[in-house]
Ligand binder design. Structure first.
Ligand code: ADP
Length: 397
């Protein structure tokens, strides 16, 4: 069985064709600059050379068509016809209050994705376009929606309600949802298996530290709390997002700089985080680390603050669960940066966390990185959102 996984952004589309017999990737690729001049498709068939196809992609529909053509190309394709594809799994950002479990797309699912456009203004419209483009390109094939908010929907009311007038929850569904759900679910599940933990009761904290970053707490794989909120802006310091700030900061900047709320929110989303804190050096953590090594004070403060906030969330989530059995690091920084992992864990001595430096000297591999006498198991668990989406899709069809 072959499953196509589609992840549509506002101007991009990532895909993977996965062979579910052995969960291997048959081909993967990326369409960039959809709807913008200079669009291109980079297609990587397993075992063959990568190809770059430059072609106008005015819409996601054209992008999907180009992906289909690439997959079936006699030279660099990997399938003879789309008949070989059993189903398509889509990453969908927001299911609102209605959907949390993955589901085969029907008219009602599309209606909910549409109704959540204002909760996910950049992603939900693109996700729907991706689904409709697949329906047009492969009529009759099941499309499955896997919600980025799905994992966080299990949070109890005390964790997801904001302390604002209740009418806004009733009228506009304003609550904490959490994002990166596919990753948190996958990584917490793998951590339980790999760490040999009790699948029903294990208390696990997952630190998904990439350009976007979030922490989750779960018991037996069920989310107890997670750091992103109504939108992905809440929580940790990220590449360009501020994470938690006093909301009065928005009003203050707006008044001082003559900006409206939307403009200030744009600054908090796109010009803040380590990019903003470092005085504009970069949103890429490697650049920030290099600048710190060269003695740049702002870069040092940005990194220290990033690490400090992750450690604070781990402390808070340990309290929320009244304990923690395992802490798992994942995503770009979590999988590749041993110094950040070590620095975060140094705050956790009071929990009995001890890192084994030799074990921690690793990138992108599943491994226990804590010492044998550490009271909490610390692990590196590479995330694989595409595989998680493919597994969910397979389970449903
Ligand atoms: P996203 O999917 O949110 O775009 P990723 O999970 O791909 O993000 O993570 C990207 C981030 O990971 C970048 O900021 C990059 O600098 C960081 N990263 C990758 N490798 C390293 C490394 N060796 N040291 C520190 N940061 C790294």
């Amino acid at each position: 069985m072959k499953i196509l996984v589609i992840n549509c952004g506002s101007s991009s589309l990532k895909y993977q064709l996965i062979n579910m017999e052995d969960e291997s990737v048959i081909a993967k690729g990326l369409c960039e600059r959809i709807g913008i001049e200079g669009s291109k498709l980079t297609h990587e068939p397993a075992g063959k050379d990568k190809v770059v196809i430059e072609n106008a992609m005015p819409t996601h529909k054209t992008a999907i068509q180009m992906v289909m053509d690439a997959l079936q190309n006699p030279e660099y394709g990997v399938i003879a016809s789309t008949d070989e594809i059993s189903a398509i799994g889509h990453r969908v950002l927001h299911g609102g209050k209605v959907y949390s479990d993955s589901i085969v797309v029907d008219e009602d699912v599309k209606r909910v994705i549409r109704e959540c456009f204002d909760l996910g203004p950049l992603h939900n419209p693109a996700n729907l376009m991706g689904i409709e483009a697949c329906e047009a390109a492969m009529p009759g094939k099941p499309n499955v929606a896997v919600w980025d908010t799905g994992f966080g929907m299990a949070m109890p009311e005390k964790a997801y309600m904001y302390a604002i007038p209740h009418e806004y929850y009733e009228k506009y569904s304003i609550r904490r949802y959490g994002f990166h759900g596919t990753s948190h679910k996958f990584v917490s599940g793998e951590a339980i298996k790999f760490g040999g933990l009790d699948p029903k009761n294990a208390k696990v904290i997952v630190c998904h530290l990439g350009n976007g970053a979030s922490v989750s707490a779960s018991i037996g794989g069920k989310c107890v709390d997670t750091s992103m909120g109504l939108t992905p802006l809440e929580g940790l310091i990220m590449g360009t997002r501020s994470g938690d700030v006093d909301p009065a900061v928005v009003q203050f900047i707006a008044n001082k700089e003559g900006k409206d709320v939307n403009e200030v929110l744009n600054i908090l989303n796109k010009k803040s985080g380590v990019l903003g804190m470092s005085g504009g050096i970069s949103s890429d953590f490697r650049d920030i680390e290099n600048a710190k090594k060269e003695g740049n004070h702002l870069a040092e403060v940005a990194l220290d603050a990033f690490i400090y906030r992750v450690a604070k969330y781990i402390g808070a989530y340990t309290a929320a669960m009244n304990g923690v059995d395992a802490i798992a690091f994942t995503a770009g920084v979590g999988e590749n940066d041993k110094a950040s992992r070590k620095a975060i864990c140094e705050y956790l001595g009071y929990l009995g966390v001890k890192i084994d430096d030799e074990a921690n000297d690793v990138r992108g591999k599943m491994r226990v990185i804590s010492a044998a006498d550490s009271k909490v198991k610390v692990m590196l668990i590479p995330t694989n959102e595409e595989l998680a989406i493919a597994r969910e899709t397979k389970a449903l069809i």
